[in-house]
Ligand binder design. Structure first.
Ligand code: HEC
Length: 303
Protein backbone atom coordinates (compact mmCIF):
# COMPACT_ATOMS: atom_id res chain seq x y z
CA UNK A 1 0.00 0.00 0.00
CA UNK A 2 1.74 3.21 -1.13
CA UNK A 3 -0.75 5.62 0.43
CA UNK A 4 0.92 8.40 2.43
CA UNK A 5 0.36 7.90 6.15
CA UNK A 6 -1.79 11.02 6.60
CA UNK A 7 -4.12 10.00 3.79
CA UNK A 8 -4.26 6.47 5.06
CA UNK A 9 -5.32 7.68 8.50
CA UNK A 10 -7.94 9.89 6.85
CA UNK A 11 -9.25 6.90 4.94
CA UNK A 12 -9.45 5.00 8.22
CA UNK A 13 -11.59 7.67 9.84
CA UNK A 14 -13.87 8.33 6.88
CA UNK A 15 -14.42 4.74 5.84
CA UNK A 16 -12.86 2.07 8.03
CA UNK A 17 -10.46 -0.01 5.98
CA UNK A 18 -10.03 -3.55 7.20
CA UNK A 19 -6.76 -5.41 6.61
CA UNK A 20 -8.59 -7.58 4.07
CA UNK A 21 -9.50 -4.49 2.05
CA UNK A 22 -5.93 -3.23 2.16
CA UNK A 23 -4.65 -6.35 0.47
CA UNK A 24 -7.47 -6.13 -2.09
CA UNK A 25 -6.25 -2.58 -2.76
CA UNK A 26 -2.87 -3.87 -3.83
CA UNK A 27 -4.52 -6.07 -6.42
CA UNK A 28 -6.91 -3.26 -7.44
CA UNK A 29 -7.72 -2.40 -11.06
CA UNK A 30 -5.01 -0.55 -12.97
CA UNK A 31 -5.33 3.02 -14.21
CA UNK A 32 -4.77 1.79 -17.77
CA UNK A 33 -7.61 -0.75 -17.57
CA UNK A 34 -10.05 0.89 -15.21
CA UNK A 35 -9.78 4.59 -15.99
CA UNK A 36 -8.23 5.35 -19.38
CA UNK A 37 -11.03 3.90 -21.56
CA UNK A 38 -13.61 6.02 -19.72
CA UNK A 39 -11.55 9.22 -19.91
CA UNK A 40 -10.78 8.63 -23.57
CA UNK A 41 -14.37 7.81 -24.50
CA UNK A 42 -16.27 10.37 -22.40
CA UNK A 43 -14.09 13.22 -21.13
CA UNK A 44 -10.94 14.03 -23.11
CA UNK A 45 -12.91 15.63 -25.96
CA UNK A 46 -13.65 18.62 -23.66
CA UNK A 47 -10.93 18.25 -21.04
CA UNK A 48 -7.67 18.10 -23.01
CA UNK A 49 -4.42 20.04 -22.79
CA UNK A 50 -5.26 22.15 -25.84
CA UNK A 51 -8.73 23.23 -24.65
CA UNK A 52 -9.33 22.26 -21.04
CA UNK A 53 -12.90 23.17 -20.01
CA UNK A 54 -12.73 24.88 -16.64
CA UNK A 55 -8.94 24.43 -16.67
CA UNK A 56 -9.37 20.67 -16.24
CA UNK A 57 -7.45 18.25 -18.47
CA UNK A 58 -7.62 14.47 -18.17
CA UNK A 59 -4.74 13.90 -20.60
CA UNK A 60 -2.38 12.64 -17.94
CA UNK A 61 -2.72 11.21 -14.46
CA UNK A 62 -0.83 14.28 -13.24
CA UNK A 63 -3.31 16.72 -14.80
CA UNK A 64 -6.25 14.63 -13.57
CA UNK A 65 -4.91 14.93 -10.03
CA UNK A 66 -4.11 18.62 -10.45
CA UNK A 67 -7.78 19.19 -11.20
CA UNK A 68 -9.47 22.27 -12.66
CA UNK A 69 -9.92 25.92 -11.76
CA UNK A 70 -12.93 25.36 -9.56
CA UNK A 71 -12.39 22.23 -7.57
CA UNK A 72 -8.75 21.22 -7.57
CA UNK A 73 -7.79 17.56 -7.18
CA UNK A 74 -10.68 15.42 -8.40
CA UNK A 75 -9.65 12.21 -6.65
CA UNK A 76 -9.51 11.26 -2.97
CA UNK A 77 -7.65 7.94 -2.98
CA UNK A 78 -9.56 5.30 -1.06
CA UNK A 79 -12.73 7.39 -0.96
CA UNK A 80 -14.86 7.31 -4.13
CA UNK A 81 -17.78 9.17 -2.50
CA UNK A 82 -15.54 12.16 -1.70
CA UNK A 83 -13.95 12.24 -5.19
CA UNK A 84 -15.24 15.09 -7.37
CA UNK A 85 -14.49 13.00 -10.47
CA UNK A 86 -17.10 10.46 -9.47
CA UNK A 87 -19.46 12.96 -7.82
CA UNK A 88 -19.74 14.84 -11.13
CA UNK A 89 -20.57 11.63 -13.00
CA UNK A 90 -23.16 10.52 -10.46
CA UNK A 91 -24.75 13.94 -9.97
CA UNK A 92 -28.35 14.31 -11.10
CA UNK A 93 -28.03 18.11 -11.24
CA UNK A 94 -26.77 20.58 -13.84
CA UNK A 95 -23.17 19.81 -12.93
CA UNK A 96 -23.48 16.22 -14.22
CA UNK A 97 -20.47 15.14 -16.33
CA UNK A 98 -20.33 14.56 -19.19
CA UNK A 99 -23.14 17.07 -19.85
CA UNK A 100 -26.45 15.19 -20.22
CA UNK A 101 -26.78 15.77 -23.97
CA UNK A 102 -23.42 14.03 -24.56
CA UNK A 103 -22.61 10.30 -24.75
CA UNK A 104 -22.46 8.81 -21.27
CA UNK A 105 -20.02 6.18 -19.96
CA UNK A 106 -21.46 2.75 -19.24
CA UNK A 107 -22.37 1.68 -15.70
CA UNK A 108 -19.50 -0.84 -15.87
CA UNK A 109 -16.99 1.90 -16.72
CA UNK A 110 -18.18 4.02 -13.79
CA UNK A 111 -17.91 0.99 -11.51
CA UNK A 112 -14.31 0.37 -12.65
CA UNK A 113 -13.47 3.97 -11.84
CA UNK A 114 -15.06 3.58 -8.40
CA UNK A 115 -13.07 0.40 -7.73
CA UNK A 116 -9.84 2.08 -8.83
CA UNK A 117 -10.38 5.01 -6.45
CA UNK A 118 -11.43 2.69 -3.62
CA UNK A 119 -8.22 0.71 -4.13
CA UNK A 120 -6.09 3.81 -3.61
CA UNK A 121 -6.11 5.42 -7.10
CA UNK A 122 -2.76 3.87 -8.01
CA UNK A 123 -0.97 5.91 -10.72
CA UNK A 124 -0.02 4.36 -14.08
CA UNK A 125 3.48 2.96 -14.54
CA UNK A 126 4.16 5.62 -17.20
CA UNK A 127 2.12 8.78 -17.43
CA UNK A 128 1.79 9.33 -21.20
CA UNK A 129 -0.65 11.94 -22.53
CA UNK A 130 -3.90 10.24 -23.54
CA UNK A 131 -3.74 11.62 -27.07
CA UNK A 132 -0.35 9.97 -27.55
CA UNK A 133 -1.83 6.58 -26.71
CA UNK A 134 -3.33 5.67 -30.05
CA UNK A 135 -3.98 1.94 -29.93
CA UNK A 136 -2.70 0.32 -33.11
CA UNK A 137 -2.75 -3.45 -33.55
CA UNK A 138 0.70 -4.99 -33.89
CA UNK A 139 0.77 -6.20 -37.51
CA UNK A 140 3.78 -7.89 -39.07
CA UNK A 141 5.62 -5.49 -41.39
CA UNK A 142 6.39 -6.38 -45.01
CA UNK A 143 10.05 -7.04 -45.79
CA UNK A 144 9.92 -5.78 -49.41
CA UNK A 145 10.37 -2.17 -50.50
CA UNK A 146 7.86 0.25 -49.00
CA UNK A 147 5.38 1.85 -51.42
CA UNK A 148 6.12 5.39 -52.58
CA UNK A 149 3.96 7.93 -50.73
CA UNK A 150 5.22 11.14 -52.38
CA UNK A 151 7.79 12.25 -54.95
CA UNK A 152 9.04 15.44 -56.59
CA UNK A 153 11.68 16.54 -59.10
CA UNK A 154 13.78 19.59 -58.30
CA UNK A 155 12.89 22.55 -60.59
CA UNK A 156 15.98 21.93 -62.78
CA UNK A 157 15.20 18.19 -62.89
CA UNK A 158 18.66 17.32 -61.55
CA UNK A 159 17.38 15.66 -58.38
CA UNK A 160 14.45 13.50 -57.39
CA UNK A 161 13.02 13.23 -53.87
CA UNK A 162 11.19 9.98 -53.18
CA UNK A 163 9.31 9.37 -49.93
CA UNK A 164 8.40 5.87 -48.80
CA UNK A 165 6.41 6.00 -45.58
CA UNK A 166 8.72 7.40 -42.93
CA UNK A 167 11.83 7.54 -45.09
CA UNK A 168 13.00 9.94 -47.78
CA UNK A 169 15.69 9.59 -50.44
CA UNK A 170 17.03 12.57 -52.40
CA UNK A 171 19.01 11.32 -55.40
CA UNK A 172 20.76 12.88 -58.41
CA UNK A 173 18.99 12.08 -61.68
CA UNK A 174 20.88 10.30 -64.48
CA UNK A 175 20.73 11.14 -68.24
CA UNK A 176 17.78 8.75 -68.57
CA UNK A 177 15.78 10.96 -66.18
CA UNK A 178 15.77 8.29 -63.49
CA UNK A 179 17.43 8.57 -60.07
CA UNK A 180 20.84 6.92 -59.64
CA UNK A 181 21.14 3.79 -57.46
CA UNK A 182 20.60 4.27 -53.72
CA UNK A 183 24.24 3.52 -52.88
CA UNK A 184 25.66 5.95 -55.50
CA UNK A 185 27.47 9.17 -54.56
CA UNK A 186 25.35 12.17 -53.71
CA UNK A 187 22.31 10.20 -52.54
CA UNK A 188 20.88 11.35 -49.20
CA UNK A 189 18.75 8.89 -47.23
CA UNK A 190 16.67 9.91 -44.24
CA UNK A 191 14.90 7.31 -42.13
CA UNK A 192 12.63 7.47 -39.11
CA UNK A 193 10.90 10.73 -39.98
CA UNK A 194 8.23 11.68 -37.42
CA UNK A 195 5.43 10.11 -39.49
CA UNK A 196 4.40 9.01 -42.95
CA UNK A 197 5.43 11.57 -45.61
CA UNK A 198 2.35 12.60 -47.63
CA UNK A 199 3.82 15.38 -49.75
CA UNK A 200 7.22 16.70 -50.79
CA UNK A 201 7.96 19.89 -52.75
CA UNK A 202 11.18 21.66 -53.73
CA UNK A 203 11.56 25.41 -53.28
CA UNK A 204 11.85 27.26 -56.58
CA UNK A 205 15.63 27.63 -56.10
CA UNK A 206 15.97 23.86 -55.58
CA UNK A 207 17.93 24.43 -52.36
CA UNK A 208 15.26 23.49 -49.86
CA UNK A 209 12.31 21.16 -49.72
CA UNK A 210 9.20 20.99 -47.62
CA UNK A 211 7.64 17.77 -46.34
CA UNK A 212 4.15 17.24 -44.91
CA UNK A 213 2.96 14.14 -43.11
CA UNK A 214 2.28 12.53 -39.76
CA UNK A 215 0.28 9.76 -38.14
CA UNK A 216 -3.49 9.62 -38.81
CA UNK A 217 -5.56 10.53 -35.76
CA UNK A 218 -2.50 11.43 -33.72
CA UNK A 219 -0.16 14.07 -35.09
CA UNK A 220 0.86 16.02 -38.18
CA UNK A 221 3.88 18.10 -39.02
CA UNK A 222 5.59 19.97 -41.81
CA UNK A 223 9.35 20.19 -42.17
CA UNK A 224 11.67 22.45 -44.10
CA UNK A 225 14.90 20.67 -45.07
CA UNK A 226 18.07 21.44 -46.94
CA UNK A 227 17.56 19.74 -50.33
CA UNK A 228 21.23 18.78 -50.69
CA UNK A 229 22.20 17.55 -47.22
CA UNK A 230 18.70 16.68 -45.97
CA UNK A 231 19.40 18.66 -42.79
CA UNK A 232 16.30 19.78 -40.86
CA UNK A 233 15.99 23.58 -41.00
CA UNK A 234 12.63 24.01 -39.37
CA UNK A 235 9.69 21.94 -38.13
CA UNK A 236 6.07 22.83 -37.59
CA UNK A 237 4.15 20.48 -35.32
CA UNK A 238 1.17 20.40 -32.98
CA UNK A 239 -1.61 19.37 -35.33
CA UNK A 240 -3.60 16.36 -34.14
CA UNK A 241 -4.09 14.59 -37.42
CA UNK A 242 -2.10 13.75 -40.53
CA UNK A 243 -1.06 16.79 -42.58
CA UNK A 244 -1.83 16.13 -46.24
CA UNK A 245 0.16 18.91 -47.84
CA UNK A 246 2.26 21.99 -47.22
CA UNK A 247 3.84 24.26 -49.82
CA UNK A 248 6.42 27.01 -49.98
CA UNK A 249 5.14 30.26 -51.42
CA UNK A 250 5.78 30.28 -55.19
CA UNK A 251 7.74 33.57 -55.22
CA UNK A 252 10.29 32.10 -52.83
CA UNK A 253 10.22 35.19 -50.63
CA UNK A 254 8.60 33.31 -47.79
CA UNK A 255 10.92 30.41 -48.44
CA UNK A 256 13.78 32.81 -47.79
CA UNK A 257 12.80 33.34 -44.20
CA UNK A 258 11.50 29.85 -43.81
CA UNK A 259 7.80 30.74 -43.80
CA UNK A 260 5.31 28.12 -44.88
CA UNK A 261 2.12 28.83 -46.72
CA UNK A 262 -0.15 26.03 -45.64
CA UNK A 263 -2.69 24.40 -47.91
CA UNK A 264 -4.19 22.63 -44.96
CA UNK A 265 -5.97 25.06 -42.63
CA UNK A 266 -4.93 22.79 -39.79
CA UNK A 267 -1.34 23.93 -40.21
CA UNK A 268 -2.46 27.27 -38.90
CA UNK A 269 -2.68 25.74 -35.47
CA UNK A 270 0.84 24.40 -35.63
CA UNK A 271 3.68 25.80 -33.65
CA UNK A 272 7.32 25.94 -34.54
CA UNK A 273 9.55 23.32 -32.99
CA UNK A 274 13.04 23.96 -34.26
CA UNK A 275 13.68 27.55 -35.30
CA UNK A 276 17.12 27.93 -36.90
CA UNK A 277 19.31 30.63 -35.38
CA UNK A 278 17.92 33.95 -34.29
CA UNK A 279 15.08 35.08 -36.52
CA UNK A 280 12.83 36.88 -34.11
CA UNK A 281 11.33 39.45 -36.47
CA UNK A 282 10.29 36.81 -39.00
CA UNK A 283 9.07 34.57 -36.27
CA UNK A 284 6.86 37.30 -34.88
CA UNK A 285 5.52 38.04 -38.34
CA UNK A 286 4.74 34.39 -38.91
CA UNK A 287 3.10 34.06 -35.55
CA UNK A 288 0.81 37.03 -36.09
CA UNK A 289 -0.12 35.75 -39.54
CA UNK A 290 -1.00 32.37 -38.05
CA UNK A 291 -2.96 34.06 -35.26
CA UNK A 292 -5.05 36.10 -37.66
CA UNK A 293 -5.71 33.04 -39.83
CA UNK A 294 -6.73 31.15 -36.72
CA UNK A 295 -9.22 33.88 -35.82
CA UNK A 296 -10.52 33.75 -39.34
CA UNK A 297 -10.90 29.95 -39.17
CA UNK A 298 -12.83 30.23 -35.89
CA UNK A 299 -15.17 32.80 -37.43
CA UNK A 300 -15.90 30.64 -40.42
CA UNK A 301 -16.47 27.63 -38.17
CA UNK A 302 -19.16 29.54 -36.31
CA UNK A 303 -20.99 30.54 -39.46
C1 HEC B 1 -19.15 18.35 -23.84
C2 HEC B 1 -18.04 18.82 -23.05
C3 HEC B 1 -17.71 18.08 -21.77
C4 HEC B 1 -17.49 16.74 -21.59
C5 HEC B 1 -17.60 15.63 -22.61
C6 HEC B 1 -17.09 16.59 -20.22
N1 HEC B 1 -17.07 17.80 -19.60
FE1 HEC B 1 -16.49 18.17 -17.66
N2 HEC B 1 -16.84 20.16 -17.92
C7 HEC B 1 -17.35 20.74 -19.06
C8 HEC B 1 -17.60 22.16 -18.81
C9 HEC B 1 -18.18 23.15 -19.83
C10 HEC B 1 -17.22 22.41 -17.48
C11 HEC B 1 -17.32 23.75 -16.71
C12 HEC B 1 -18.70 23.90 -16.13
C13 HEC B 1 -18.90 23.07 -14.90
O1 HEC B 1 -18.04 23.10 -14.02
O2 HEC B 1 -19.91 22.36 -14.83
C14 HEC B 1 -16.74 21.14 -16.95
C15 HEC B 1 -16.24 20.97 -15.67
C16 HEC B 1 -15.80 19.77 -15.15
C17 HEC B 1 -15.21 19.62 -13.84
C18 HEC B 1 -14.91 20.72 -12.84
C19 HEC B 1 -13.47 21.18 -13.01
C20 HEC B 1 -13.11 22.33 -12.11
O3 HEC B 1 -12.29 22.15 -11.21
O4 HEC B 1 -13.64 23.44 -12.34
C21 HEC B 1 -14.95 18.28 -13.66
C22 HEC B 1 -14.33 17.61 -12.45
C23 HEC B 1 -15.37 17.62 -14.87
N3 HEC B 1 -15.87 18.55 -15.76
C24 HEC B 1 -15.27 16.26 -15.09
C25 HEC B 1 -15.62 15.63 -16.28
C26 HEC B 1 -15.50 14.20 -16.48
C27 HEC B 1 -14.98 13.22 -15.44
C28 HEC B 1 -15.93 13.94 -17.75
C29 HEC B 1 -16.05 12.60 -18.41
C30 HEC B 1 -16.74 11.56 -17.70
C31 HEC B 1 -16.32 15.21 -18.33
N4 HEC B 1 -16.12 16.20 -17.42
C32 HEC B 1 -16.79 15.37 -19.63
C33 HEC B 1 -17.55 20.11 -20.28
C34 HEC B 1 -17.45 18.74 -20.49
Amino acid sequence: MRMPLALFLLALTVAPVTPAKVSAAEAGPSYEEAVLPLLRGSCVGCHNDAEPESGFSVETFASLRRGGDGQGDTVVPGNPAASVLLQRMESTGDDHMPPMNHPQPSAAEVQHLRDWIAAGAVPPAEDHPLSMGLVVPDLPGSSGPQPVTALAYSPDRSRLAVARGRSLEIAPVGPDGLPVASDADGVVSLGDLPGKVMAVHFASDGQRLVLAGGTPGLSGQAELRDAVSGRLLMAFAGHRDLLYDAELSPDGSLAGDGGLRPHDPALERCRRLAPPGDRRPQRRRLRSRLASRRRHARLSERR
